[in-house]
Design a binder for this molecule. Sequence first.
Ligand code: AMP
Ligand code: ZN
Length: 112
Amino acid sequence: MSDCLFCKIVAGEIPSDRVYEDDKMIVFKDINPQADVHLLAIPRAHIESLNEVSEEHDEIMAHMIRQLPRLAKEQGLDDGFRTIINTGKGGGQIIFHLHMHLLGGNKLPGFH
Ligand code: AMP
Ligand code: ZN
Protein backbone atom coordinates (compact mmCIF):
# COMPACT_ATOMS: atom_id res chain seq x y z
CA MET A 1 0.00 0.00 0.00
CA SER A 2 1.85 3.06 -1.25
CA ASP A 3 -0.03 5.54 0.97
CA CYS A 4 0.38 3.53 4.18
CA LEU A 5 2.71 5.05 6.78
CA PHE A 6 3.71 1.71 8.28
CA CYS A 7 4.38 0.18 4.83
CA LYS A 8 6.74 3.13 4.30
CA ILE A 9 8.42 2.32 7.62
CA VAL A 10 8.77 -1.34 6.52
CA ALA A 11 10.31 -0.17 3.23
CA GLY A 12 12.68 2.18 5.08
CA GLU A 13 11.23 5.22 3.29
CA ILE A 14 10.32 6.72 6.67
CA PRO A 15 12.81 6.34 9.52
CA SER A 16 11.98 4.37 12.65
CA ASP A 17 13.81 3.29 15.76
CA ARG A 18 13.82 -0.46 15.11
CA VAL A 19 14.49 -2.87 17.94
CA TYR A 20 13.78 -6.13 16.08
CA GLU A 21 13.09 -7.38 12.58
CA ASP A 22 12.84 -10.67 10.72
CA ASP A 23 11.38 -11.89 7.44
CA LYS A 24 7.79 -11.56 8.72
CA MET A 25 7.68 -8.52 11.01
CA ILE A 26 9.37 -5.41 12.31
CA VAL A 27 9.27 -3.84 15.77
CA PHE A 28 10.03 -0.20 16.48
CA LYS A 29 9.56 2.42 19.18
CA ASP A 30 6.31 4.36 19.18
CA ILE A 31 6.97 8.00 18.25
CA ASN A 32 4.62 9.19 21.03
CA PRO A 33 5.24 6.76 23.91
CA GLN A 34 2.43 6.25 26.43
CA ALA A 35 4.63 4.32 28.86
CA ASP A 36 8.33 3.88 29.73
CA VAL A 37 8.44 1.19 27.07
CA HIS A 38 6.12 1.53 24.09
CA LEU A 39 6.87 -0.60 21.04
CA LEU A 40 4.86 -1.32 17.92
CA ALA A 41 5.05 -4.76 16.31
CA ILE A 42 3.82 -4.88 12.72
CA PRO A 43 3.73 -7.47 9.93
CA ARG A 44 5.84 -6.63 6.87
CA ALA A 45 2.79 -7.47 4.77
CA HIS A 46 0.01 -4.90 4.68
CA ILE A 47 -2.97 -6.12 6.71
CA GLU A 48 -5.36 -3.29 7.54
CA SER A 49 -6.61 -4.45 10.92
CA LEU A 50 -7.80 -7.48 12.89
CA ASN A 51 -10.98 -7.23 10.80
CA GLU A 52 -8.99 -8.36 7.76
CA VAL A 53 -7.19 -11.25 9.48
CA SER A 54 -8.12 -14.68 8.13
CA GLU A 55 -6.77 -18.22 8.18
CA GLU A 56 -3.99 -17.33 5.76
CA HIS A 57 -2.55 -15.05 8.46
CA ASP A 58 -2.44 -17.69 11.21
CA GLU A 59 1.31 -18.21 10.89
CA ILE A 60 2.25 -14.51 10.96
CA MET A 61 -0.16 -13.75 13.82
CA ALA A 62 1.18 -16.60 15.95
CA HIS A 63 4.74 -15.63 15.09
CA MET A 64 4.20 -12.00 16.12
CA ILE A 65 2.52 -12.91 19.40
CA ARG A 66 5.32 -15.33 20.25
CA GLN A 67 7.93 -12.55 19.88
CA LEU A 68 6.24 -10.24 22.41
CA PRO A 69 7.33 -11.86 25.71
CA ARG A 70 10.92 -12.08 24.46
CA LEU A 71 10.89 -8.43 23.34
CA ALA A 72 9.36 -7.35 26.66
CA LYS A 73 12.12 -9.11 28.61
CA GLU A 74 14.73 -7.58 26.32
CA GLN A 75 13.30 -4.16 27.27
CA GLY A 76 13.67 -4.99 30.96
CA LEU A 77 9.98 -5.68 31.57
CA ASP A 78 10.52 -8.65 33.86
CA ASP A 79 7.30 -7.93 35.78
CA GLY A 80 5.02 -8.19 32.76
CA PHE A 81 3.70 -6.06 29.96
CA ARG A 82 0.52 -4.95 28.22
CA THR A 83 -0.47 -5.71 24.62
CA ILE A 84 -3.10 -3.61 22.83
CA ILE A 85 -4.51 -3.96 19.33
CA ASN A 86 -6.85 -1.13 18.35
CA THR A 87 -9.28 -2.16 15.63
CA GLY A 88 -11.25 0.27 13.48
CA LYS A 89 -12.12 3.90 14.15
CA GLY A 90 -14.35 2.90 17.06
CA GLY A 91 -11.44 1.01 18.60
CA GLY A 92 -9.16 4.02 18.38
CA GLN A 93 -7.16 2.77 15.39
CA ILE A 94 -5.44 5.67 13.63
CA ILE A 95 -2.97 3.80 11.41
CA PHE A 96 -4.67 1.19 9.25
CA HIS A 97 -1.80 -1.28 9.10
CA LEU A 98 -2.22 -3.91 11.80
CA HIS A 99 0.00 -3.26 14.81
CA MET A 100 0.40 -4.63 18.30
CA HIS A 101 1.28 -2.09 21.00
CA LEU A 102 3.67 -3.49 23.60
CA LEU A 103 3.66 -1.31 26.71
CA GLY A 104 5.25 -1.51 30.11
CA GLY A 105 7.05 0.24 32.92
CA ASN A 106 6.16 2.73 35.62
CA LYS A 107 4.07 5.14 33.55
CA LEU A 108 1.58 2.48 32.52
CA PRO A 109 -1.89 3.48 33.81
CA GLY A 110 -3.55 1.01 36.12
CA PHE A 111 -0.34 -0.86 36.80
CA HIS A 112 0.42 0.38 40.31
P1 AMP B 1 -3.31 3.30 16.79
O1 AMP B 1 -4.13 4.35 17.47
O2 AMP B 1 -3.44 1.94 17.43
O3 AMP B 1 -3.54 3.26 15.29
O4 AMP B 1 -1.81 3.69 17.06
C1 AMP B 1 -0.96 4.29 16.14
C2 AMP B 1 0.34 4.51 16.86
O5 AMP B 1 1.33 4.81 15.90
C3 AMP B 1 0.30 5.69 17.84
O6 AMP B 1 0.66 5.23 19.15
C4 AMP B 1 1.35 6.66 17.27
O7 AMP B 1 2.07 7.35 18.27
C5 AMP B 1 2.22 5.74 16.46
N1 AMP B 1 2.93 6.37 15.35
C6 AMP B 1 2.43 7.20 14.41
N2 AMP B 1 3.38 7.55 13.52
C7 AMP B 1 4.52 6.92 13.91
C8 AMP B 1 5.86 6.89 13.41
N3 AMP B 1 6.23 7.55 12.30
N4 AMP B 1 6.78 6.13 14.08
C9 AMP B 1 6.42 5.46 15.18
N5 AMP B 1 5.17 5.43 15.69
C10 AMP B 1 4.24 6.17 15.07
ZN1 ZN C 1 0.66 -0.88 5.29
